[in-house]
Write a protein that binds this ligand. Structure first.
Ligand code: SF4
Length: 380
């Protein structure tokens, strides 16, 4: 079983194939969220799934898939039978490798025993719950509809249904969350039979209710507070056998997310649905984000693609370094990385112990500084 942070695993992912499918429906839009989501459109679910099936079919076949990721939005709001139709269509069009990982995102409050069994039978192997916190006050601030007991029930049900990997997403640094509350959230999460944890610091996005509140002078998350909570999380998860393999991601051996590894290794992936982004043949492209525009385009036989960008060799190399340095396995230094490391900025950070060259790979020793180091390299 390969360690989640193994360089061999990180590099192998560059040859894997992924497919992303976006399900945008949410019961209510959370005040921090800037994803492509819709609220109050559940009567359009059937129409949207049909559009997705059309988009998958019209796009034509590619290569058998190693990883499928059904994200949102809230995929767990739809009926498992609809997901069967999507997974079957993906398998018919591209093929699905026998050991393919099929992940879906889920909200704990939707996860009844029937849905849990139904999604497992639909072919989902890995479920990622948007838990965010175990503190009811913090959950309220984040506008979430579930409580701690919903998370515990959902995880137990998923385990009973036989998912091979269960992950929790947690958010640290919400305004009003104390260090004690965050520690309790970590402890509660680690009491559960989970295999993977993703930890994100709350960021304030313009155009969201939180963004408007901060722009109007309201309190915003404190970076020092978030750094302390992150350090605590890295320590606590490590003590409990979770191996950090990317700035935000921790897994037990054998449970690294294959779809994410593919994206971080600049592997290729197709994508379908509202606002979905893909990477194919050296080109990145993304779909329209307006719900009615997406449906109308598909139904009238037009492409849903809003825009695309062909990466030249320089952009590709910069992206390789930026994304790769967030992995604990680091990234093949390449000419640009070596040149930077030999220069004064590289030497300064190497002497400070922040970066090192290990068997030709550039590794950032403090994952929180990975973006800063990457910016220094691409800006040099
Ligand atoms: S449930 Fe998730 S996708 Fe939906 S609004 Fe909230 S954060 Fe965004």
């Amino acid at each position: 079983m390969q360690a989640p942070n193994s360089p061999a695993l990180a590099d192998a992912a560059a040859n894997w194939t992924g497919a992303y499918v976006h399900i945008p429906f949410c019961a209510r839009v959370c005040p921090y969220c800037d994803f492509a989501v819709v609220q109050g459109q559940d009567d359009q679910v059937g129409r949207y799934i049909e559009a997705l099936v059309t988009e998958i079919s019209v796009g034509g076949s590619w290569r058998p898939l190693d990883a499928v990721f059904v994200g949102g939005g809230t995929p767990s709001r739809i009926d498992p039978g609809l997901l069967v139709a999507l997974i079957e269509r993906l398998a018919e069009v591209h093929g699905l490798n026998p050991d393919a990982e099929v992940t879906m995102e889920a909200n704990p409050e939707d996860w009844s025993s029937e849905k849990s069994d139904g999604f497992r039978r639909a072919g989902v192997t890995r479920v990622s719950f948007g838990a965010q916190s175990f503190d009811p006050v913090t959950l309220g601030t984040l506008g979430r509809r579930h409580g701690p007991a919903d998370i515990m029930r959902a995880v137990e049900r998923a385990r009973t249904s036989g998912f091979s990997s269960i992950s929790l997403d947690l958010i640290l640094g919400t305004v009003g969350e104390s260090l004690v509350s965050w520690e309790a959230t970590l402890d509660d999460a680690l009491e559960l039979p989970i295999d993977h944890v993703s930890i994100y610091a709350l960021t304030i996005e313009r155009g969201t209710p939180f963004g408007r509140a901060v722009a109007a002078g309201g309190p915003s998350p404190n970076e020092d507070d978030q750094a302390d909570k992150y350090e605590l999380a890295v320590r606590r998860l490590g003590e409990r056998g979770f191996v950090q393999y990317e700035t935000s991601n921790f897994a037990k051996p054998g449970h690294a997310c294959r779809y994410n590894l593919t994206a971080w290794a600049q592997g290729e992936y197709v994508a379908y649905g509202l606002g979905a982004h893909r990477h194919l043949d050296g080109t990145r492209s993304w779909n329209v984000r307006r719900f009615d525009a997406y449906l109308n385009r598909i139904e009238s036989g037009e492409s849903p693609i809003a825009n695309s960008e062909a990466l030249d060799a320089i952009a590709k190399e910069e992206e390789r370094l930026i994304v790769g340095l967030r992995r604990l396995a680091g990234v093949e230094a390449g000419e640009r990385g070596r040149r930077w490391l030999a220069g004064s900025a590289g030497q300064r950070l190497a002497e400070a112990g922040l970066v090192k060259l290990t068997e030709g790979r550039l590794v950032v020793t403090d994952p929180l500084k990975a973006d800063t180091v990457a910016r220094e390299i691409v800006g040099a």
